[in-house]
Write a protein that binds this ligand. Structure first.
Ligand SMILES: [Zn+2]
Length: 275
């Protein structure tokens, strides 16, 4: 009897205790720069969730909906929440979660003074670009992506990791919000996931840059390019080559800077690349 019961229960126990079935979504990593997977339970229609002002990607089906929440690198560890709209017009439901601390490596660099303290002209240019990029980053479109697993856009050596806390000439700067992949100028860059080009341009820090929209607030950004072979509106399939590695913008050598953004938070691209 016990043996039979044990045998019958084993598959369920394994599913709970072992690795989660591969749904092509990032793993639950509730840390600054990570992604929280929050269960929203069953509902007849897809819940509408927000993290702060930003709409949140919600995937699943009527049996079980899951919010995939990008957590900014600047988020403080501790209690956090998203809100879920009430379909009958009542107040939104709060779904709480806990952001665990994560200590990223610190990197101290000495660079030419002019690149840390911007000239008035460069400061003005940077402010204009920041306002434009804020509108790009607010993109949230449908259809929603169902499969979020990304392929590496360029084969090469990851030359510094996501989240590095950078100190230029003794002054703390924003942490490194992407993955750097070293490769020679001209190396083709491939779309990591199906998407649509939403912005191309030449920016002060990022150099020649392409933004892709994968739907549902999932965006990717590719910087320091030597060539851009697409324009806004172009649709890409996974693996399509659309630009080339370069050394434009503020860089010390040719490499691809690749960022992944979810609900307007830059998160670790490695979370989307599978085991
Ligand atoms: Zn970088």
């Amino acid at each position: 009897m016990l043996g039979a019961a044990g045998w019958l229960l084993a598959p369920h126990a394994q599913a709970r205790a072992g690795a989660a079935p591969d749904d092509g979504w990032p793993p639950h990593a509730p840390v600054p720069g990570g992604v929280a997977r929050l269960s929203l339970g069953p509902a007849a229609t897809r819940p509408v969730a927000r993290s702060g002002d930003a709409p949140v990607l919600v995937l699943g089906d009527a049996i079980e909906w899951t919010a995939l929440v990008g957590i900014p690198l600047a988020a403080r560890p501790g209690e956090a929440e998203i809100t879920v709209a009430d379909t009958r017009g009542g107040p939104p439901r709060r779904v709480a979660y806990r952001i665990a601390p994560k200590r990223y490596v610190e990197q101290r660099l000495q660079v030419a003074p002019g690149t840390v303290d911007l000239s008035p002209a460069n400061q003005a240019r940077y402010e204009r670009e920041r306002a434009h990029l804020a509108s790009v980053m607010a993109t949230f479109t449908e259809p929603l992506p169902q499969f979020l697993r990304m392929r590496v856009p360029v084969p090469g050596r990851r030359s510094s990791s996501f989240g590095l806390r950078r100190v230029f000439n003794g002054q703390a700067r924003n942490p490194h919000s992407g993955m750097d992949i070293a490769a020679p100028t001209g190396t083709p860059v491939h779309a990591p996931l199906a998407g649509r080009v939403i912005d191309t341009g030449d920016y002060f820090f990022n150099g020649n840059t392409v933004w892709l929209d994968h739907g549902g607030g999932l965006l990717t950004m590719f910087c320091h390019l030597s060539a851009i072979d697409v324009k806004p509106g172009d649709a890409l399939q996974p693996g399509d080559r659309f630009c080339a590695v370069g050394a434009t913008g503020r860089v010390t050598g040719p490499h691809l800077h690749w960022s992944v953004m979810l609900n307007r938070a830059m998160v670790d691209p490695a979370l989307f690349m599978g085991a």
